[in-house]
Design a protein around this ligand. Structure first.
Ligand code: 5AD
Ligand code: SF4
Length: 452
């Protein structure tokens, strides 16, 4: 046991934020106390991301800042958690003297032991990846969310091996968390008043636990609490299950929103990326989504400037995005990562300025599409789950529609966690403005109109 104070700073994806909640739980069970700033802490952890070079650069800079803090406070311990751990452990411990402890994403249970080693004056490392670890029995401690929407991890790792992606190397093989422990966690969240859960995994449609697949998991999860909304992230276009689309269409608390990473719009780029689908298959899939769930909102991830990408291939990505008219897109310039197939076999040969220009072209087009899409919303009614005060004004609340669009409206008597029926009055490319109509619920808002 230890009564030290710890602080965790988290970078990267939702999965990483979810892991930090697991680390919270493990450390608090060991007697340690969470604090909100690095300055108050005896132990500082940085939960790191390797997905792109700039994510790593930010972490390195932060570690250097902590080194100066260490100079003032010599019993301060600094640790690196997560995706950067394995790759840079030697560098981090031997050469830079920045860090005392390095722990990979599958070794968090070992943290109390590792901290004890550090107390004995040693550096401590555990970066072993596991075939089984899902932290199924650990209840995450959510210290920093809004108390309304939470993330629940359903699987870890990834076996897809996209040519650009470091995740299979940092997070290891794919494994699914037992169904029962997922349902228990959702029940607990519901008991604590949470209203929205996003089920998380690097590749959710591969979820398989005993005879339960991803669609069955969504079915069972959404039955835990009919007034709780469910989303998921991220599925893969290669094997998105059609039965799930029908389930989303008929189950009011399964959100009409699907994040479906395309990465590129050209067959040849997709092939080099080792994404096993064609442009046409992707477009057929998004058509099907719209056909089965008419109001569905779609978002995507795009990488621009991948190895050997030609102007023509880039134009195909632009045209795919124009065809689908995504409501949201996360767009990135390709960043070469060690150990990936692209690093071993291809040349990162699209010049930086060309990558930048192509990225701004897709961003500009996307912003215009989003604004046009949002304009279509004016006059429509939506059910918004209030997440809290709007960033701009304490007189306004903000929350999301079922379709995951951010909405801002006057506070009146509404509160965080309420479902509010609103009418959209105005928009930007990122936000909808609305006037509140009345407090409502999923059941009430989506009730079939009475047959006369
Ligand atoms: N360079 C740029 N973007 C990347 N992504 C993954 N790897 C890379 C990389 N090497 C993007 C993908 C993925 C998202 C999480 O990050 O679009 O879907
Ligand atoms: Fe970053 Fe990928 Fe690791 Fe998430 S899984 S933290 S995005 S490298």
């Amino acid at each position: 046991m230890s009564d030290k104070r710890f602080y965790i700073e988290t970078y990267g994806c939702q999965m990483n934020f979810s892991d930090s909640e697991i680390v919270n739980s493990i450390l608090m069970k060991d007697g340690m106390q969470p604090v909100q700033t690095a300055e108050e802490a005896d132990v500082i952890f940085v939960n790191t991301c390797s997905i792109r070079e700039n994510a790593e650069t930010r972490v390195w800079n932060r570690l250097k800042e902590f080194r100066s803090l260490k100079k003032e406070k010599d019993d301060l311990t600094v640790g690196v958690l997560g995706c950067m751990a394995e790759r840079i452990r030697d560098q981090i411990i031997d050469r830079e003297q920045l860090v005392d402890i390095v722990v990979g994403p599958d070794a968090y249970r070992d943290l109390p032991n590792l901290l004890a080693e550090v107390d004995d004056g040693r550096k401590a490392v555990n970066v072993l990846l596991s075939l089984e670890e899902t932290y199924a029995d650990i209840s995450p401690v959510r210290t920093s969310d809004n108390g309304v929407s939470a993330f629940v991890s359903i699987m870890r790792g990834c076996d897809n091996m996209c040519a650009f992606c470091v995740v299979p190397f940092t997070r290891g093989r794919e494994r699914s968390r037992p169904l029962k422990s997922i349902l228990n966690e959702i029940q607990q969240l519901s008991d604590q008043g949470y209203k929205e859960v996003t089920l998380l995994g690097q590749n959710v449609n591969s979820y398989q636990y005993e005879d339960v697949d991803f669609t069955q998991l969504m079915d069972q999860a959404s039955k835990v609490d009919p007034e709780m909304r469910f989303r998921f992230s991220s599925p893969h276009p290669k094997d998105f299950p059609e039965p799930l689309l029908h389930l989303i269409a008929k189950r009011p608390n399964l959100c009409s929103y699907i994040h479906i990473p395309a990465q590129a719009g050209s067959d040849t780029t997709l092939e080099r990326m080792r994404r096993p689908y064609t442009r046409e298959q992707y477009l057929n899939l998004t058509d099907k989504m719209r056909e089965i769930i008419p109001d569905v909102s779609l978002s995507t991830d795009i990488i621009t400037g991948f190895c050997d990408e030609t102007e023509e291939e880039h134009a195909d990505t632009l045209s795919l995005m124009k065809k689908v008219r995504f409501d949201l897109a996360y767009m990135f310039a390709y960043s070469e990562r060690e150990r990936t197939l692209a690093h071993r076999k291809y040349d990162d040969n699209v010049p930086e300025d060309v990558k930048k220009r192509r990225l701004s072209e897709i961003i500009e087009q996307q912003m215009n599409i989003q604004e046009e899409n949002n304009k279509q919303e004016i006059g429509k009614r939506h059910l918004v789950l209030v997440e809290g005060e709007s960033k701009r004004s304490s007189e306004q609340l903000s929350g999301r529609t079922d379709t995951n669009k951010m909405v801002v409206f006057d506070r009146k008597d509404f509160q965080k966690g309420d479902y509010v029926e609103v009418e959209i009055t105005d928009c930007t490319s990122a936000t909808l403005m609305a006037k509140p109509v009345k407090k409502s619920s999923i059941q009430e808002f989506y009730a079939e109109p009475a047959l006369v």
